[in-house]
Design a binder for this molecule. Structure first.
Ligand code: TEU
Length: 539
């Protein structure tokens, strides 16, 4: 992609480094593995890669417990390798996004070790939220992983951690905390990062005095007004490097969400509303409409996400009758799942999502149609499992290493034996595989370039979601999609209903998520991309 505003429409692939590709055969994915698979990613047709934290870390939370931002964990490789990886990726046309975790550090970070060593009342402790000894925790907050977000230092003082005890929260009122993070941004932009993904971006600022929850007052640690100033200063740094800021912001209020996307703040943020919706046309349309209408006033592009390393894998989620399987506290062991149904829907969802205006995120393994794995309790490593008292299976089930050739190999989480059938090399040879669908769809999406805004099309079929985007003729583009001349429209239809549905007349079939019926009808849980010439949509 050449556009400087690439982040407005890019397809971004999330690399969970620990489980992507294992270059040295020790059972853990690493940078050598990613470098070896860059051609695979280029061929897939994505525009950018987002690497989950690869920094020095005790891996108490899969690397979201960072001990040193300027070092790569030896289990993954070296800083030199990360630099080479980013250069090689750029040569293949892939931009690189690194993950910054500003809310907390690892308890092994030099700052926290120094704070523990320096003792109560020391300036070192002011970088964190320490509170004097007391019988009860200093306030009534509930942590993001559940439970009390306070633990004791060996000397009896409390310290705050919204996540695991190994992840002490930083004090964002301290100028040194701000200065250090601005330096970390520069450090990675200097090394070629085209953007950063900001972890837990709505949590860093805390209300003065860390007051207990009070329904009459703004939340003491979600979506605080002080955050906007922090991101404005980050934006100035990012702009100096032409880099993008991408916020991980879980906020139910769409209007408050888009405040972070004002022109002098973050470039984009993950749209978790869309990810949170069940397989239902009214629900999904509501989310699409809400997203587009709330983003337009701030001039920010929408983003579309179906999966990431924190939530139940798409084919599993869409194969469940109840909407219990998405994430966090609603996750359970042993939920009945129809994987065939879930896979059909996930294929349709891929075409639906890739047709929407904005940027789109693809989580590694989604392109292989990998399901969630139920990891035996004794092998679960995610701290969410233990912190939920063993009720929540945790997030390891979507973090199982990818099957590349299907051969057995050591791995830090067990790979189901049946996954050899889903191996990337096998799927690459099968034109009907999920991988082939993603490759074709991503290539065609890229050719569509700046297709026009989305308009919903009226239909009498209650289970049919149907929308169109006009695209202009582009002389330089020789793709089969853009040779249609003026007035040509890209139409997406998704059949959520129980019956086959007829396709509109005088339209050209571009891509389907599954076979049409013998009579050429669109079956249930199937999506199609069409091109219609001179087509006038109804509203
Ligand atoms: O996730 C953030 C996260 O899980 C919570 O803030 C979530 O938004 C909230 O509980 C929903 O109610 C990020 C990473 O993606 C995750 O892997 C890490 O474990 C976490 O931050 C801590 O760094």
């Amino acid at each position: 992609m050449s556009s400087t505003e690439w982040w407005r429409s890019a397809a971004i692939y999330q690399v969970y480094v620990r489980s992507f590709a294992d270059g040295n055969g020790d059972g853990t994915g690493d940078l050598a593995g990613v470098r070896a698979r860059l051609p695979y990613l280029a061929e897939l047709g994505v525009d950018a890669l987002w690497f989950t934290p690869w920094y020095l870390s005790p891996l108490a939370d899969g690397g979201y417990d960072v001990a040193d931002y300027r070092a790569i964990d030896p289990v993954f490789g070296t800083l030199g390798e990360a630099e080479k990886l980013m250069t090689e990726a750029q040569e293949l046309g892939l931009r690189c996004i690194v993950d910054i975790v500003p809310n907390h550090v690892s308890d092994q970070h030099a700052w926290f070790r120094a704070a523990l060593a320096a003792g109560p009342g020391s300036p070192e402790r002011e970088l964190f939220h320490f509170r004097p000894y007391s019988e009860e925790p200093p306030n009534d907050w509930v942590g993001e992983f559940g439970g009390v977000p306070w633990s004791r230092a060996p000397d009896g003082e409390w310290y705050l951690h919204l996540f695991a005890p190994e992840q002490p929260d930083l004090n964002w009122n301290h100028p040194e905390v701000r200065r250090e993070h601005e330096e970390v941004l520069r450090f990675w932009f200097e090394r070629g990062a085209a953007g950063v993904r900001i972890d837990s971006a709505a949590l860093l600022a805390k209300a003065d005095g860390l007051p207990s929850m009070d329904p009459a007052r703004p939340h003491p640690f979600h979506d605080r007004p002080e955050l906007h100033d922090i991101y404005r200063s980050w934006r100035r740094i990012a702009d100096a490097y032409g880099a993008a800021l991408i916020g991980e912001i879980w906020l139910p209020d769409a209007e408050r969400f888009t405040r972070y996307l004002r022109p002098d703040e973050l470039h984009t943020a993950f749209n978790f509303d869309f990810l949170s919706r069940p397989w239902d046309p009214a629900q999904l349309w509501e989310s699409i409409d809400l997203t587009l209408s709330t983003h337009a006033p701030v001039g920010a592009p929408a983003t579309w996400v179906l999966a990431n390393h924190d939530v139940t894998r798409t084919v599993t989620r869409y194969g469940r009758a109840e909407d219990t399987g998405f994430a966090f506290e609603r996750k359970r062991f042993g939920v009945p799942t129809d994987l065939e149904l879930g896979t059909r829907r996930a294929r349709a969802a891929a075409l639906l999502t890739l047709a929407l205006p904005g940027s789109v995120y693809l989580y590694q393994g989604e392109e292989l149609g990998l399901p969630e794995v139920e990891i035996p309790r004794e092998l679960v490593q995610d701290p969410m499992h233990a912190r939920s008292g063993g009720v929540d299976p945790g997030r390891d089930g979507c973090r199982v290493p990818l099957p590349w050739d299907g051969a057995p190999a050591p791995s830090w989480l067990p790979v189901p034996p049946g996954w050899s059938g889903r191996a990337a090399e096998r799927q690459a040879r099968d034109p009907d595989s999920m991988l082939s669908l993603y490759r074709t769809a991503l290539r065609r999406r890229r050719c569509l370039g700046e297709a026009g805004p989305l308009r919903r099309l009226r239909t009498d079929e209650p289970g049919l979601l149907c929308f169109a985007r006009a695209f202009e003729r582009d002389e330089s583009d020789e793709s089969d999609l853009s040779d249609g001349g003026n007035g040509s429209t890209w139409v997406t239809l998704v059949n959520f209903g129980p019956d086959d549905v007829a396709l509109p007349a005088d339209s050209e079939l571009l891509l389907t998520s599954g076979p049409l019926s013998a009579r050429g009808l669109l079956p249930p849980d199937t999506a199609v991309w069409l091109r219609r010439r001179g087509f006038k949509d109804s509203h």
